[in-house]
Design a protein around this ligand. Sequence first.
Ligand code: HMG
Ligand code: MG
Length: 311
Amino acid sequence: MLAMTAPAAPRRIRLTDVGPRDGLQNESQPVSTGDKIAFINALSLSGVAEIEVSSFVSRKWIPQLGDAAEVFAAIERLPGVVYSALVPNMKGMDAALACGVKKIAVFTAASETFNQRNTNASIAESIARFEPVVQTARNSSVQIRAYISCAVACPYEGPIAPSAVAQVARRLLDLGVDELDLGDTIGVAAPGDIDALYDSIEPLVPAAQTTLHLHDTRGTALACVLRAIERGVVSFDTSAGGLGGCPYAPGAAGNAATEDIVYCLERMGFDTGVRLERLIDAGLIIERALGRRLPGRVFQAETSSRCNPAS
Ligand code: HMG
Ligand code: MG
């Protein structure tokens, strides 16, 4: 038996599975709408608090998610689970509202170069696009998450100063978003970077009102989650099986695998609300659809005897 550090009282950790969006946006081979729906419905049964279902963005930019409306129309939305989607502008907001979406995520970055490549806009221009989106969302009782990508480093500009992240955070909070989501887009963070980031962010907003979105390119995501929990963060984005990446962030691997985070946190006495078996069922659905092994460590360990998609 491993020695585990248990917190004084079990604390709830909120997980958003972003695999259907962040994972599938990066797949070079098409995934059928039916497979996406089956994957999301299986994730719904796993106990994750939120599922990032898709993106209402330009099909020319992200063809993989061009079926967002069809997916939203067909998934079974369970009470207690939040089903969210990325929205870059009013066109996306109108489409999201037409699908009955109750939580949106606008997205900008702390790096001008990344934001230009990702959304064809400067940081200021992207925030200007959000103004009517946020206003419409508030009038429609839709919750608003705001991503800041490149919160630690940029694939084009290198390390990003925490103060630059705080500047963007300030503008988004002034706009009236409900939640900040800080993205380590290319997965370079080590625990010290998480400290530096929160030293800069916490004067603006409590850590408990932020979400951390870690890509696990270098295997440091779990260490960063643990450090972030020490700093008071209770909400993380993860993806089933470690699916993921961003087409405009070359070399970025998937998000922290949901199973890895659930396994470790539950063994430490935290409560994620997630049933690992059900989560693995969901991962197997998308693994079969993709026809290749998913990279998540716990997923692989738990399924090595259950499934081999190549057979
Ligand atoms: P643009 O080309 O500057 O926009 O793109 P535009 O207004 O000139 O419109 C061009 C065409 O797109 C037009 O169609 C519009 O109608 C259409 P056309 O007349 O040429 O046929 N269009 C839309 N279609 C559907 N939905 C819309 C929409 N808007 C315009 N909402 C735009 C600007 C923002 C639209 C584009 O750059 C875009 O869609 N970018 C999305 C990129 C993206 O989704 N990247 C991945 C997500 S971010 C990420 O992964 C990071 C994250 O995980 C956190 C982290 O890891 O750090 C969140
Ligand atoms: Mg991401």
